[in-house]
Design a protein around this ligand. Structure first.
Ligand code: HEC
Ligand code: HEC
Ligand code: HEC
Ligand code: HEC
Ligand code: HEC
Length: 344
């Protein structure tokens, strides 16, 4: 009997995992850290929930765990401060995202991130180990290792599906002296920028990590796009990178064929949703540290100006309709990342 109750107790305490921690709401930090708070509120970390991110919502709406199982498994990374995270990530339980539950809307909150003390590596996706000290938000700050980017890889390293296909990977071992924090949270006027520069917001802060140059040959030219980041230029499989090129000659503008960068996952050689896909059917994405050469058979004349624009669609235009995102600007607009002009 005694042994059974010990086992039961053990089971209960094991069950009391990350999901039942309480987190101080981010608004509390606003009393003193006003700049950091307002940067954070504009970032995707503050808006990672279905009610605040229409792209996430559109994919979640189609996910089998939604209609069939009523279980928001995405909460592990998208709403980790939820007071019922345990249920969200325990098989057989029901727990849906709730716009009225304040702990869900906290998304990836200040204290959630600052209380990550370690990261456990798993094949499917990593797990953050959260300090049980509920007062630990700034009295005892993150370890140096966490500050140097380890706090990011619990959620960002990779996500594999049932078919063991990595839906996205961030090349976490490829640090080259830089890390997630040094690029995405640069020091700005005496504080650490908390707006998390990325594909949605503040991408101009990352422009310097991509170089665009051009080489003129006799009967063609080659544009080089060098990705100096430690991971592929775009990571989420919904993204489409585009390099647009045109020539200004006198008063005329000649448009040249654009170059497209994608990593498309699918099944039976056809694009498929992340939970169905079991193969990468096309990968033309510019990889970490790659210098991609794009050649156009166009003869440059003296006086020509070559205009190059690198940018992206957050949602592949071919998937917009299927996801019902036609009316969402964020999903349909072309976002310009970097522009360069070369005069000859
Ligand atoms: C009453 C004012 C106040 C509130 C509220 C507050 N902080 Fe601070 N915090 C400070 C001061 C003062 C410092 C030390 C000076 C500095 O580094 O800016 C600090 C420093 C920090 C640091 C740097 C680490 C350290 O130990 O120096 C972190 C991280 C931090 N706070 C996070 C938070 C978070 C997260 C919240 C919300 C849960 C929060 N703070 C709420 C005043 C506050
Ligand atoms: C292991 C952590 C993890 C889990 C679990 C997870 N995600 Fe994500 N998700 C991320 C990260 C990290 C990003 C940001 C990646 C990027 O921008 O490339 C992201 C981004 C997304 C995006 C792109 C959002 C946008 O605004 O462009 C969609 C869509 C998405 N996730 C859907 C889901 C759905 C649906 C689930 C649950 C079925 C889920 N995710 C579960 C980590 C996770
Ligand atoms: C608890 C999980 C989690 C942790 C920890 C985390 N992220 Fe994220 N991050 C996400 C999710 C989920 C998204 C996508 C949100 C969405 O688009 O709905 C995201 C999005 C981003 C983006 C894309 C922003 C944009 O504008 O597109 C960047 C950059 C980013 N995170 C950097 C970081 C860095 C740097 C760290 C470490 C300091 C970190 N993240 C820690 C889950 C996490
Ligand atoms: C050398 C600088 C650099 C480093 C180091 C770096 N990144 Fe990036 N990251 C970039 C650039 C450049 C982009 C593409 C431009 C943009 O998103 O604005 C990007 C884009 C992203 C995006 C958005 C991708 C998408 O498809 O929406 C996420 C998420 C991200 N990085 C997370 C991370 C994480 C996590 C780490 C650490 C493991 C990391 N990055 C390390 C420079 C860097
Ligand atoms: C996704 C993870 C993440 C989130 C969310 C986050 N932080 Fe941070 N924060 C960090 C990291 C990593 C550092 C360390 C940066 C360094 O030392 O280079 C940091 C540093 C700080 C510092 C130290 C002072 C400074 O300017 O460097 C303060 C204060 C702070 N954060 C407050 C906050 C507050 C307040 C919020 C919410 C409004 C918040 N953080 C949300 C990851 C996060």
């Amino acid at each position: 009997m005694k042994l059974i109750s010990i086992i039961l107790l053990l089971l209960i305490s094991l069950h009391a995992n990350d999901g039942v921690h309480k987190f101080a709401p981010s608004s509390e930090c606003n009393k003193c850290h006003t700049t950091i708070y307002s940067e954070f509120k504009g970032s995707m970390h503050a808006k990672a929930t279905p009610s605040q991110d229409p792209i996430h919502k559109a994919v979640w709406d189609k996910h089998p765990k939604n209609k069939k199982f009523n279980q928001y498994v995405c909460g592990k990374c998208h709403t980790p401060a939820a007071n019922n995270l345990d249920k969200m990530i325990t098989k057989g339980q029901k727990a849906m995202p709730d716009p009225k539950n304040a702990t869900h809307q906290e998304a990836i909150s200040c204290t959630y991130c600052h209380r990550i003390t370690d990261v456990k590596l798993h094949a499917k996706s990593n797990t953050n180990i959260i300090s049980t000290d509920e007062n630990l938000f700034h009295h005892k700050d993150m370890s140096d290792e966490m500050k140097a980017g380890k706090s990011c890889i619990g959620c960002h390293s990779h996500k594999a599906n049932k078919a063991k296909l990595n839906v996205c990977t961030t090349d976490i071992d490829n640090q080259m002296g830089k890390n997630c924090v040094s690029c995405h949270m640069p020091k700005l006027g005496g504080h650490t920028f908390h707006g998390f520069a990325g594909t949605h917001n503040n991408s101009e802060m990352l422009e310097k990590y991509v170089d665009i140059s051009i080489v003129k040959n006799n009967d063609n030219f080659v544009v080089h796009v060098k990705n100096k980041s430690t991971h592929a230029l775009l990571l989420h499989p919904l993204r489409v990178g585009v390099l647009k090129m045109s020539v200004t000659r006198g008063s005329e503008t000649i448009k040249l064929k654009k170059e497209v960068f994608v990593r498309i996952i699918g099944k039976n050689k056809k694009p498929a949703m992340p939970w169905v896909a079991n193969e990468v059917i096309k990968n033309t994405m510019i990889q970490a540290n790659e210098n991609r050469a794009v050649k156009r058979d166009f003869m440059i004349q003296h006086g020509d100006k070559i205009n190059v624009v690198l940018g992206w669609f957050l949602v592949n235009p071919k998937a917009v309709k299927k996801l019902g995102l036609e009316k969402e600007k964020v999903a349909t607009e072309f976002k310009v990342f970097k522009k360069e002009s070369f005069e000859f």
